[in-house]
Design a protein around this ligand. Structure first.
Ligand SMILES: *Cc1c(COP(=O)(O)O)cnc(C)c1O
Length: 376
């Protein structure tokens, strides 16, 4: 059996080595390292793939979130509602901009932001909602957009984990996740569903004026050379990363299909295990693209399972072990434990198994048999 890895980037690279090496070589030969034609080409390709008017490439997914919030003109003291159960980047940039983060609980089935909890958290100071499409599963965008419209709020989609996923609205229209809110942000961190070979990110929007604003912010607030109209940042996708992404973008649907195939194998293997809750596929019109394959162990033995799998050389991880409201940096007297029953439960039960584009049947069978033998 091939060695098990949480993410197998080497086998994936071997399959595209020739094209990706040639594309990188082109950047080296032309020395167009920054803002070269590859970056523009990737921007256009991604706009076409996502069906969105504007893609603004930037340095990483965390910057993408921060720049999105800057572009919307959010001001210190504005409240921004986001999920308690996610990676810290989302709440970190809210804090950095001196906005007020308002963490709310998630839904048990999708592990995404709870619509009822968002509703309950809206005040006169609320300016934006940041749904995170966690683990590759789209948040309930129909309900979120409806709520945002009623309360005149911005929606910033954190799409770092769900690029390529489709959302089918109640009226039957299909859109790519990340393009439904006022603005979307993604990351091209190597292990993400569309990953480069370093850091990278992008912001998406259908709003022309906002796109113009964002293009200036990523470039020191310049709209004309050496004219600084707003305070910006330096956040660029470099040409070598764009070269990698141009090669990988045409593979994204196949990559996501491979992830879904592995997830479906896992789900079938665990279907009759009474102590395992598996992630739901494509419910309520939302595709799952399985950035992570996360199950819940309900017999209280999650930590023992983790140790057992590690001893069998099966990599696994806990995403995320501590709710954001319990983190030192984000603690706030406003939060009460009883407001986070789902997150508090999930952090004790979740475990992520190997998930990437190169898992084969032999590996999946070994992993699932090992888990089923231990969890019974
Ligand atoms: C990876 C990730 C980010 C940050 O992306 P970077 O490119 O690492 O800055 C933000 N939000 C979520 C949910 C992520 O998974």
């Amino acid at each position: 059996m091939r060695k098990l890895q949480m993410v197998d980037l080497k086998s994936q690279y071997d399959k595209i080595k020739e094209t990706v090496d040639a594309s990188i070589q082109e950047v080296l030969d032309t020395t167009t390292y920054i803002n070269g034609p590859k970056v523009h080409e990737f921007q256009k390709n991604l706009e076409a793939y996502l069906g969105v008017k504007h893609v603004i490439p930037c340095a990483n997914g965390t910057d993408a979130l921060q720049i999105a919030m800057m572009g919307l003109g959010l001001q210190p003291g504005d409240e921004v509602i986001t999920a308690d159960f996610t990676f810290a980047a989302t709440v970190e940039v809210i804090g950095l901009l001196q906005l007020t983060p308002v963490l709310v609980d998630v839904e048990p089935d999708t592990m995404n932001i709870s619509i009822d909890a968002v509703k309950a958290a809206i005040t006169s100071k609320t300016k934006a909602i940041v749904p995170v499409h966690l683990f590759g599963r789209a948040a309930n965008m129909d309900a979120i957009m409806k709520l945002a419209k009623e309360h005149n709020l911005f929606v910033i989609e954190d799409n770092a984990q769900a690029i390529g996923a489709n959302h089918t609205s109640e009226d039957g229209t299909k859109s790519k996740v990340g393009t439904m809110g006022h603005v979307g942000a993604t990351s091209f961190f190597p292990s993400k569903n569309l990953g480069c070979y370093g850091d990278g990110g992008a912001i998406f929007t259908n709003d022309d004026a906002l796109a113009h604003m964002l293009r200036g912010i990523v470039n020191h607030g310049m709209y004309e050379r050496y004219h600084h109209d707003v305070i910006g940042v330096n956040s660029r996708l470099d040409s070598i990363q764009a070269a990698v992404l141009n090669t990988k973008l045409p593979e994204l649907d196949a990559y996501n299909a491979a992830r879904r195939k592995a997830a479906s194998y896992y789900n079938n293997a665990f279907a009759s295990n009474p102590h395992i809750i598996v992630p739901a596929f494509d419910e309520k019109g939302d595709d799952h693209v399985f950035h992570q394959y996360v199950i819940r162990i309900t017999n209280g033995k999650r930590d023992e399972l983790l140790t057992h799998l590690q001893a069998q050389s099966i990599p696994c991880a806990i995403y995320y072990p501590i709710p954001l409201h319990s983190q030192k940096a984000y603690a706030d007297d406003r939060y009460r434990e009883e407001d986070f029953p789902v997150t508090n439960q999930l952090v004790k039960e979740v475990i992520a198994l190997p998930m990437h584009t190169e898992l084969d049947a032999e590996q999946l069978s070994f992993i699932t048999e090992t888990v089923n033998q231990f969890v019974k």
